[in-house]
Ligand binder design. Structure first.
Ligand code: SAM
Length: 305
């Protein structure tokens, strides 16, 4: 079944007695060009000569899922809304390489899920990506879950994470240190991935149209915290503790972003200690967290006892 225009999507929802649910962030893509572009972009990040799988979060009525089943060897689509499951069964009936799993993505044990759905493909040298038009009410928790479910001393085990988010969030994720859009999530993600803002999508491409503009962002995992900061501990356990310290530092620094770092960190590190660490790193004593890159936060964490 081709979801090629808005009236097909409307009729389909009607047939199953459904209407888009605001509480689940349901804004369905109705311009077929967009899912095509997103699936192609996602697939472009993984080698073409190896088996490739993809996790989709929130397949909705299946517009992006259809394109992903064509681009990938295997698709595992996780949908929270029970009402959509039979509808997806019809829309995806002709594809043999997709499984729809009724679950709340936030409650999944991600490493176990990866192994269940893609263990054989990974053992055959394949890669797994994540691709989604994310429900906007949980964008940041979803992204943090994707990145934090795995040990920070190794690369995040995804080919790429290509997701549609609010334009504002896309700008934030791809921002450079010191710019107005830069935030805790930017630095947290930069510890694990390179972020590229790719496709702008206006509200008219969705049913119903959201109040905000959207953009597709590609997060491409790099070698992990030791690549960002070669001074990170070589021992895995020590590296994990170091990564936790860096994360805590980032959260404190942006929790009170108007304050200087010396003040923002004072709940955990005495002011004289922070001042000495800043000096050792060559930063100004009155610097704010928003000027520090992910690597700078690592240097500071290293200098702070
Ligand atoms: N992929 C479809 C598209 O592009 O048209 C739908 C995208 S819609 C923005 C978000 C989808 O995520 C909805 O289908 C919604 O029911 C689903 N969703 C919301 N919260 C979820 C969660 N916690 N776990 C899994 N799916 C969720």
């Amino acid at each position: 079944m081709e979801l090629s225009n808005p009236s097909v999507v409307r009729e389909l929802l009607e047939k199953y007695g459904l209407a888009p649910k605001k509480g689940y962030g349901q804004n369905f893509l109705i311009n077929p060009r967009i899912p095509e572009e997103i699936a192609a972009l996602s697939r472009a990040y993984v080698p073409s000569d190896r088996p490739a799988g993809v996790i989709e979060i929130g397949p909705g009525v299946g517009s992006l899922t259809q394109r992903l089943t064509e681009a990938y060897d295997r698709v595992a689509a996780v949908e929270i809304d029970r009402g959509l499951i039979p509808l997806l069964g019809e829309v995806l009936a002709e594809y043999g390489n997709v499984r729809v799993i009724e679950a709340d993505f936030m409650k999944l044990d991600l490493p176990a899920f990866l192994d269940e759905q893609f263990g054989d493909l990974i053992r055959d040298g394949g890669t797994v990506s994540v691709c989604a038009n994310l429900p906007y009410y949980i964008t940041t928790p979803v992204l943090m879950k994707l990145l934090e479910a795995f040990p920070p001393e190794r690369p995040v085990p995804f080919g790429s994470v290509v997701v549609m988010v609010q334009l504002e969030v896309a700008r934030r994720l791809a921002a450079s240190a010191g710019s107005g859009d830069y935030g805790a999530i930017t630095a947290q993600i930069a510890l694990r991935c390179r972020a590229e803002k790719r496709i702008d999508v206006s509200p008219g491409n969705f049913l119903p149209p959201p109040k905000v503009s959207s953009a597709v962002i590609a997060l491409v995992p790099h070698g992990g915290i030791r690549e960002v900061y070669p001074g990170a501990p070589q021992d895995d356990e020590a590296c994990r503790a170091f990564a936790e310290k860096v994360s805590a530092l980032i959260e404190l620094a942006f929790g009170q972003r108007r304050k200087t770092l010396v003040n923002a960190l004072s709940a955990r590190w005495p002011k004289e200690e922070t001042a000495a660490a800043l000096e050792a790193c060559g930063f100004r004593p009155d610097i704010r967290g928003e000027r520090l890159s992910a690597r700078d936060f690592c240097r500071l964490a290293d200098a702070l006892r």
